[in-house]
Design a protein around this ligand. Structure first.
Ligand code: CU
Length: 150
């Protein structure tokens, strides 16, 4: 019983819901794309970037949940990232940014994903963030904004 309580406390502290098994999701570098490009995950899940030669992963600051640890891997290196915060995470390969090599993680339970994605799309009008637009449009289709009734 005490052990169970300790476990429950540990799970509370690390944000993993008790009874929920943390999953590992693999994202591979394929050509100049992340495969898959969009992943749905839960807090506590691990995103495992594999087959990263000749790629790298870098969080896009303007499209990353506030307070979440950034991501910045070395060229060609595998990297594991543990999801600790709700939100929508958009990352890129700096080597193939111009080729629009971008990916996203959407965390279950995130409030107003359509609103977040719409905000990111507006941001992506700037010349600097334009390469993210293709992926954000895919996200906007997956998470449409509710139709407003007059
Ligand atoms: Cu790349």
């Amino acid at each position: 019983m005490i052990a169970y309580r300790m476990l429950a406390l540990a799970c509370l502290l690390c944000g993993v819901p008790l009874g929920g098994q943390a999953q590992t999701y693999e994202i591979k570098g394929e050509g100049v794309r992340f495969q898959p490009e969009i992943i749905h995950a839960r807090i506590g899940d691990v995103i495992a970037f594999r087959k990263m030669v000749p790629h790298a992963v870098e969080s896009i600051d303007a499209m990353w949940p506030q307070g979440a640890e950034g991501l910045n891997s070395s060229l060609g290196a595998d990297v594991d990232y543990v999801i600790a915060t709700e939100g929508v995470y958009v990352f890129r390969c700096p080597q193939h940014w111009r080729a629009r090599m971008v990916g996203a993680i959407v965390v279950d339970g995130t409030e107003d994903v359509p609103g977040i994605v719409a905000g990111m799309l507006e941001n992506a009008d700037s010349e600097m963030l334009k390469p993210a637009k293709r992926l954000l449009k895919r996200l906007a289709v997956l998470y449409p904004r509710p139709v407003e009734t007059p």
